[in-house]
Design a protein around this ligand. Structure first.
Ligand SMILES: Cc1cc2nc3c(=O)[nH]c(=O)nc-3n(C[C@H](O)[C@H](O)[C@H](O)COP(=O)(O)O)c2cc1C
Length: 396
């Protein structure tokens, strides 16, 4: 695919943030053709985008630089998609109603069927909440336009609320997804991620230090690769990956119920969650008091269900992928776990290298042996796991 993006900039203060977005794209080898509305040029000069993208910036429907004089058609052809960031309230209204009175709106209307159009709204909270803007947003979604955000927080006007444009790094993740090879197109993937929490009393839990980052990165990579992803997640502070359906649970037993309810029809099950092996047998409805248990408290633990084993041994079992986080003898323990659970692919990592971090070092273990991957970000490793999984599914 042509590694080219059309980036539309409309008249909002957040236009300055799109400079950083262009920089991230260029760094990733993506060519960016910037198109600015007239209002956008009041906020930031085209020369800035031209310098950052290293390509001409387009502002005028009647620009004669394009050989056929039809920049509104030629610029979108062969591009991976169009992202408009920031998208003003006015621009959303235009696209929602099919107006084509400047280069950017005409280009959006002239895009080919199936060509992605993403918009990242940025506006004052009141503008965002007005019925016309809400109607326009709903209509855009109905028309297949992907609306990214907006986020919530302090605004340039001094007010606070919904309407902030997503940060450049978040927008870049959506851009990167446009270019990901669709290796898992048509596949339904059920996943678990994060820790579980086993309650002791109304205020205390037994949990672990899993952050959920690896599972969330893998859910994002699988979704970017064209899979339909359902993520059953223990408690984390992470945002839901774009395009992924998320079901929140707390305990291992809740996770098991959610997996049982979702597994029918899944082609692949990926168990990334750090599921507690035990739960507290006698949950106390009342907060336990120190003075009542002095000088020590004994908790009786009972075994939790083995979710991965249950799925792997179920009738019509999907292709199962497990994760093993071990502190010692990582590969030996991981190989034993793969055999014990009877699963085709297992991802081994050292718990001390993995939990809570943004990078990791992993080894994939399958029937052909060990496949160590160089240390990398969890996002990069997730893409490698997706590629390995897709190759195994193809060979299956
Ligand atoms: C200082 C200033 C800041 C503005 N910020 C925004 C904004 O963040 N979002 C928005 O939708 N409109 C904003 N506007 C209004 C738009 O610039 C205006 O509606 C313009 O017509 C949009 O044109 P365009 O959609 O062709 O870019 C702002 C206007 C001014 C004067």
């Amino acid at each position: 695919m042509n590694k080219r993006l059309v980036l539309g900039i409309t008249g909002g203060i957040a236009a300055y943030k799109s400079c950083e977005l262009v920089r991230l794209c260029v760094k990733a080898g993506i060519a960016v053709d910037v198109i600015m509305t007239k209002a956008a040029t009041h906020f930031i000069a085209p020369a800035t985008f031209q310098a950052l993208s290293g390509r001409p910036v387009w502002t005028d429907l009647w620009d004669a630089r394009e050989p056929k004089s039809m920049a509104h058609i030629e610029l979108s052809r062969d591009a991976a998609g169009i992202l408009v960031a920031p998208a003003s309230a006015d621009f959303m209204a235009k696209v929602a109603n099919g107006f084509a009175d400047d280069l950017l709106s005409t280009l959006c209307l002239a895009r080919q069927p199936g060509s992605p159009l993403l918009v990242a709204p940025a506006m004052n909270v009141e503008m965002w909440q007005q019925p016309p803007t809400r109607r326009n947003k709903a209509r855009l979604v109905e028309d297949g336009v992907v609306v990214l955000g907006p986020g919530r927080g302090e605004q340039a006007c001094g007010e606070t609320g919904d309407g902030r444009m997503l940060e450049p790094a978040d927008l870049f993740a959506h851009v990167a997804a446009l270019f990901a090879p669709k290796l898992l197109k048509g596949k339904r993937i059920l996943m678990t991620a994060g820790p579980t929490e086993e309650p002791i009393d109304p205020v205390r839990v037994i949990t672990n230090t899993s952050s959920g980052k690896m599972g969330y990165a893998l859910a994002q990579a699988a979704s970017d690769a064209g899979a339909t992803v359902c993520l059953v997640s223990g408690p984390t502070s992470l945002p839901t990956p774009a395009g992924v359906t998320r079901i929140d649970v707390k305990t291992a037993r809740e996770m098991f119920e959610a997996v049982k309810a979702q597994v029918a029809g899944a082609h692949v099950f990926i168990a990334v969650a750090a599921v507690a092996d035990y739960y507290v047998k006698e949950y106390s409805e009342r907060k336990l008091k120190k003075r009542e248990h002095h000088p020590g408290l004994t908790l009786e633990l009972a075994e939790n269900p083995d979710i991965l084993k249950w799925v792997a041994q179920s009738e019509k079992a999907p292709f199962c992928v497990g994760f093993a986080a071990e502190s010692h003898d990582v590969l030996e323990n991981a190989e034993a776990k793969r055999r014990r659970k009877g699963i085709p692919l297992l991802v081994a990592n050292r718990a001390q290298d993995a939990f809570g971090r943004d990078d990791n070092q992993i080894t994939l273990i399958d029937d052909n042996g060990r496949h160590p991957l160089p240390r990398g970000t969890k996002a990069a490793l997730a893409r490698e796991i997706v590629a390995h999984l897709a190759a195994m599914l193809d060979a299956d």
